[in-house]
Write a protein that binds this ligand. Structure first.
Ligand code: MG
Length: 459
């Protein structure tokens, strides 16, 4: 029996009511409407005085909601710069460089009928749970301070500022010349239709695009870059002889890939390949949530690096990376196993264009094709299940007791670590079910472990 070891919650988040993992979202005309967004603007303007950058994605409700948040911010005396339509990481970059805070009108990967708000702090990271709960509190209590006529905020537009971001990302791998490498970009009619092709072109790629016109009806595919929706991308990659295809979610903070044969690269494999590329150059700390594949640890061992686990959500990862760096630690890479990668030398947030640029650098440095690189990864099978339950906390308690002989990690839900395999039980934040992730080296082992867990916790 393994030694009992519980890693107690060190980053337990209090409950948010309106905002989710990455901002507030809802169906336009129902939960999400200009009135709510204007009030968020008034509260944000009261909490964060100064110059605020506002951007949006391509959704049809974007112009209405962006003007609503701008109205709220101006009314509290903030000066607002309207950055127009641009990726969330572009807003984050520009806020860190030039503004006191920011807001992005986006529903990320959600379908077209959704929209929402992501709040950006002055350091370019998304607002954390504590501040978000504070913002919600003011919102529910209608606590905001409106300015008088003599201290109204001023409004200006600066859609050209995105070029500063494009130049920074394209120049990150300055020793890499893509030398005419063909790349197919699928921005999914989202806000990176111009920026990602420009970044890749500046790096020396020959860029072909699909779904490359901004369009909030998303005529080519849904904002979530699913393997099914990326079939036309795969076909175009094969037909053009491209080195890879890259696709973004609806606000381009994530990037996913298909290899030169058109095969979808699973996001945890993507994480591992980029991790190996980064950590082979500079070993250090890799920060990722407890839901990420054990590939992250295998690559860390291989390169003399270590993995530091956080709660699920990119905000936890970004803040942990910053905190470790402030302690003087060498934090080289981070992100989630869903295509949301963080290159700390660029900025502490997920960045789709930066991830695409890194794929170019990785392929150029390795001299191998993407399909060849994927075969170098250790064997791994991950199963994802949902367990329907009205009492998720009861189930978690059962799991803690039943698996107390195993090594448990309680950073977020219950993670059971065993030799060559692990499982994570984590309640859904919004719905009555529990997520179950199981990973092992073979399908048979993964299924057996999953069956053991479901048998024990819900007999
Ligand atoms: Mg997103």
């Amino acid at each position: 029996m393994q030694e009992k070891h519980w890693k107690e919650n060190t980053m337990e988040a209090p409950e948010k009511q309106l905002f989710g993992t990455n901002g507030v979202r809802g169906i336009i005309g129902e939960q999400m409407n200009p009135e709510l967004v204007m009030k968020i603007g008034m509260v944000l303007g009261t909490m964060r005085k100064g110059r605020i950058g506002v951007g949006r994605d391509t959704r049809t409700s974007g112009p209405a909601l962006s003007r609503a948040i701008i109205a709220g911010l101006l009314a509290t005396g903030c000066d607002v710069v309207d950055l127009g339509v641009l990726p969330t990481p572009a807003v984050q970059y520009l806020v860190r460089e030039h503004f006191d805070a920011g807001a992005v009108i986006t529903a990320s990967h959600n379908p077209p009928e959704y929209n929402g708000v992501k709040i950006i702090e002055g350091d370019g990271t998304e607002m954390d749970d504590t501040q978000t709960i504070c913002l919600e509190g003011h919102l529910f209590a209608k606590e905001f301070t409106l300015a008088g006529w003599e201290s109204m905020g001023t409004l200006s537009a600066a859609p050209e500022m995105i070029h500063e971001y494009i130049t920074a990302v394209a120049g990150y791998w300055k020793d890499i010349d893509a030398d005419g490498m063909t790349v197919v970009a699928d921005p999914g009619s989202g806000p990176a239709c111009e920026s990602t092709p420009q970044v890749l072109t500046k790096m020396g790629c020959h860029v072909v695009t699909i779904n490359g016109m901004m369009d909030g009806t998303f005529p080519g595919r849904m904002p979530e870059p699913s393997p099914e929706g990326l079939q036309p991308l795969s076909e175009l990659v094969r037909n053009t002889g491209a080195a890879f295809g890259v696709a973004h979610d609806g606000d381009a903070d994530r990037a996913v890939f298909v290899d030169e044969t058109g095969e979808y690269l699973e996001e945890n494999e993507q994480f591992a390949l980029v991790e190996r590329f980064i950590c082979s150059e500079t070993p250090g700390i890799v920060v990722t949530p407890v839901s990420t594949s054990f590939l992250a640890e295998r690559i860390a061992e291989e390169t003399g690096s270590v993995v530091d686990y956080t709660r699920v959500g990119s905000i936890s990862v970004a803040r942990r990376m910053i905190a470790l760096a402030e302690e003087g630690k060498t934090v080289v890479f981070g992100g989630e196993g869903n295509g949301g990668l963080i290159l700390p030398g660029n900025q502490h947030c997920r960045d789709g264009a930066m991830t695409a640029a890194t794929m170019v650098a990785l392929l150029k440095s390795s001299g191998k094709t993407l399909s060849e690189l994927r075969t170098t990864l250790p064997p791994h099978v991950m199963l994802k299940d949902k367990i329907h339950t009205d009492s998720p906390h009861e189930l978690l308690k059962n799991a803690k007791t039943a698996f107390s002989g195993d090594t448990l990690d309680l950073t977020d839900g219950v993670r059971i670590n065993r030799q060559g395999m692990w499982a994570l039980l984590r309640p859904s934040g919004t719905e009555p079910f529990m997520r179950l992730y199981v990973e092992a080296e073979t399908e048979k082992e993964a299924e057996a472990f999953r069956d053991e867990i479901t048998r024990v916790i819900s007999p």
